[in-house]
Design a protein around this ligand. Structure first.
Ligand code: ATP
Length: 309
């Protein structure tokens, strides 16, 4: 009886592992579940990034439901190798733009191109391989921290994993854990904070090193100081390699240094330009900026007051 119970237990744990890894895949790709509609063309070709990764939305219309359009005749260009921010009121369709680019859904009108190729004409695999995303909420695998970062590029060496973690400003925290990089995380492992999760996601992305990078509120769970430090590291990664990058953000302080800031409203581009130009033009962006700066200054004064007492 004793002898038998060992292999049975073993099978039980293999089964649990298997079930868990299926769950993990589901979490990671949960957006794809809703999307049975997109189809790859039989003659689809691999995406060729032969112009440095220029992204264009040409007259794009899209809604999740026919009676509720989200994007309406949207035209925008994300120049190759530039840092672009998309801002606008909550629910205006910022994350939708990223989902369309990843081809979780197809546009209902118009087209999206990358380096001149309609994304419906290229293989889904080559498209998604070219894109790295740090989403609003990063799913973690029930596995070690090392594995969670390594997933970005399974061929990377341990030294490369650590280098990525350093750039994402999480290495020092990992080192203080009793099991270091071997610490288990995920639902069955150690609980880690939202900000730590975001930094693991950034490590994974830095390791993956894709030509196109999307950040969807990627640093929103961090305190201002850590956020600024991480953003400056992310900036040096994307500037060094001249990667096309798109930042979706609420807090304008995190994106004011973008090459182009696109302000969305009512499914269209309402304003676009550099921070200086937009502030000077006294439009929606200028108003948002001064409202946020006022809040920020009040907050800083409160913090100073607390520190003084
Ligand atoms: P936020 O700044 O609040 O994150 P957002 O500008 O990124 O918002 P999206 O997430 O792109 O907005 O959503 C745009 C609109 O589409 C919202 O009104 C949202 O409720 C709706 N929406 C998003 N996903 C779906 C979905 N899967 N099915 C139906 N409607 C959806």
């Amino acid at each position: 009886v004793f002898q038998l119970s060992v292999p049975l237990n073993f099978l039980g744990s293999v089964y649990r592992e298997l079930r868990q890894s299926l769950l993990d895949m589901e979490t990671l790709f949960n957006l794809q579940k809703v999307n049975v509609a997109i189809k790859e063309k039989p003659d689809a070709q691999p995406l060729l990034l032969n112009k440095g990764g220029e992204i264009r939305f040409e007259n794009v219309s899209f809604g999740y439901r026919p009676d509720r359009p989200i994007l309406q005749g949207l035209n925008l260009t994300i120049p190759a190798g530039k840092k672009v921010a998309i801002v606008g009121p909550s629910g205006c369709g910022k994350s939708t733009i990223l989902r369309l680019l990843f081809r979780f859904y197809d546009v209902q009108d118009g087209r999206i191109t990358i380096d001149g190729q309609d994304i419906r004409d290229v293989t889904v695999e080559s498209l998604r391989k070219s894109i790295g995303v740090v989403p609003q909420d990063t799913p973690l695998f029930n596995d070690t921290i090392e594995h969670n970062i390594h997933y970005g590029d399974i061929t990377a060496s341990t030294a490369q994993v650590e280098a990525a973690a350093k750039r994402a400003r999480i290495h020092d925290i990992i080192e203080t854990l009793p099991d270091g990089y071997n610490t288990m995380v995920g639902e069955r492992g150690m609980m880690i904070s939202g900000g730590e999760k975001q930094r693991l996601a950034v490590s994974r992305l830095i390791l993956k090193d894709p030509p196109l990078l999307f950040f969807d509120e990627a640093t929103s769970a961090l305190d201002t100081h850590t956020e600024q430090a991480l953003l400056s590291n992310i900036n040096s990664v994307i500037r060094e390699k001249a990667r096309t990058s798109v930042f979706v953000a609420h807090r304008l302080r995190t994106i004011y240094d973008s090459d182009v800031i696109i302000v969305l409203k009512d499914g269209k581009v309402a304003e676009q330009g550099t921070h200086e130009r937009l502030v000077d033009s006294d439009g929606i962006y200028a108003e948002l900026w001064s409202a946020q700066e006022m809040l920020f200054t009040e907050e800083e004064q409160r913090v100073d007051a607390v520190e003084d007492t």
